[in-house]
Write a protein that binds this ligand. Structure first.
Ligand code: HEC
Ligand code: HEC
Ligand code: HEC
Ligand code: HEC
Length: 156
C-alpha cells in the first residue's frame, strides 16, 4: 500500500488504541456490574445511591397539616384543591427549622402564571378560568379581592 494511505491508517489505529487504554483508567469500577441485560451494561451502580441521596425539596401538603391545619383544610375544600401549597410558597425543605418563613408572594405574576388568558382561540374555554391582565382590576394585588386558599370566597 502507498504511504499516504498507510499513514492515516496508523494514526487511526493509534487513536483507537489510546481510547481503549484510557478507558481502563477513566471508567469507574462499578460501571456495568449489573450485566448486559440492565441498560445494556451502560450503567454505574453507585448512580442509584446518588439519586437516593438527592435531597427532596418539595414535601407535599400532608407535611403541612401538623402546623397549618387550617390552611390545608381550607385549600382542600376550595377550587384550588389541585394547586399544591409549594407551588405558591416554594419548596419547604428545611422549613421551619432552618427556614422559618416561606415566602408570601403577593404579586399578580404569581397568579397570572396560571390565570393569564393566552392569545389563542380556546384559551378561555378550558377548565382554567382566565383573565386578561390589563382589563382585570389593574394595579391591585389579586389577593386584595381573592383569597389564594379559597379563591371563590370573595367572588360571590
Ligand atoms: C413543624 C411545623 C411546621 C410545618 C410542618 C410547616 N410549617 Fe410553615 N410555619 C411554621 C412556623 C413556626 C412558621 C413561622 C410563622 C408562624 O408562626 O406562622 C411558619 C411559617 C410559614 C409561612 C409564612 C407565614 C407568614 O406569616 O409569613 C408559610 C407560607 C408556611 N409556613 C407554609 C408552609 C407550608 C406550605 C408547609 C408544608 C409544605 C409548612 N409551612 C409546614 C411551622 C411549620
Ligand atoms: C394559589 C397560591 C397559594 C396556594 C396554593 C397556597 N398559598 Fe398560602 N398564601 C398564598 C399567598 C399569596 C399568601 C399571602 C396572602 C396575603 O398576604 O394576603 C399566602 C399566605 C399563607 C400563610 C400566611 C397567612 C395565613 O393565612 O396564615 C400561610 C401560613 C400559608 N399561606 C400556608 C399555606 C399552606 C399550608 C398551603 C397549602 C395547604 C398554602 N398556603 C397554599 C398563596 C398560596
Ligand atoms: C398552579 C396554577 C394556579 C395558580 C398559581 C393559581 N391558580 Fe387560581 N385556579 C387554578 C385552578 C386549577 C383553578 C380551578 C379551575 C378554575 O376554576 O379555573 C383555579 C381557580 C381560581 C379562581 C376561580 C374560583 C372559582 O371557583 O370560580 C380564582 C378567582 C383564582 N383561581 C384566583 C387565583 C389567584 C388570586 C391566584 C394567586 C394568588 C391563583 N388563582 C393562583 C390554578 C391556579
Ligand atoms: C378589586 C378586586 C379584584 C382584584 C384585584 C382581582 N380580582 Fe379577580 N375577580 C374579582 C371579581 C369581583 C370577580 C368576579 C366577577 C368578574 O368576573 O369580574 C373576579 C373574577 C376572577 C376570575 C374568574 C373569571 C371568570 O371568568 O369567572 C379569575 C380567574 C380571577 N378573578 C383572577 C384574578 C387574578 C389572577 C387577579 C390578579 C392578577 C385578580 N383576579 C384580581 C375581583 C378582583
Amino acid at each position: 500500500m502507498k504511504w499516504h494511505v498507510l499513514r492515516p491508517l496508523w494514526v487511526a489505529i493509534g487513536l483507537i488504541g489510546l481510547i481503549l487504554l484510557s478507558r481502563q483508567f477513566i471508567v469507574p469500577d462499578d460501571f456495568g456490574v449489573h450485566g448486559k441485560n440492565f441498560t445494556y451494561g451502560y450503567h454505574r451502580l453507585s448512580n442509584i445511591q446518588e439519586w437516593k441521596d438527592f435531597p427532596v425539596k418539595y414535601l407535599g401538603r400532608e407535611s403541612c397539616i401538623e402546623c397549618h391545619e387550617e390552611n390545608v383544610q381550607m385549600l382542600n375544600a376550595s377550587t384550588h384543591v389541585n394547586v399544591e401549597c409549594e407551588n405558591c410558597h416554594g419548596p419547604s425543605i428545611g422549613h421551619p427549622d432552618d427556614n422559618e418563613f416561606l415566602p408570601l408572594n403577593t404579586t399578580r405574576e404569581l397568579c397570572l402564571r396560571c390565570h393569564a388568558r393566552l392569545d389563542y382561540p380556546n384559551s378561555d374555554r378550558g377548565e382554567l378560568l382566565s383573565i386578561v391582565d390589563r382589563r382585570h382590576k389593574r394595579r391591585s394585588k389579586c389577593t386584595r379581592c381573592h383569597n389564594p386558599h379559597d379563591p371563590t370566597e370573595d367572588m360571590r
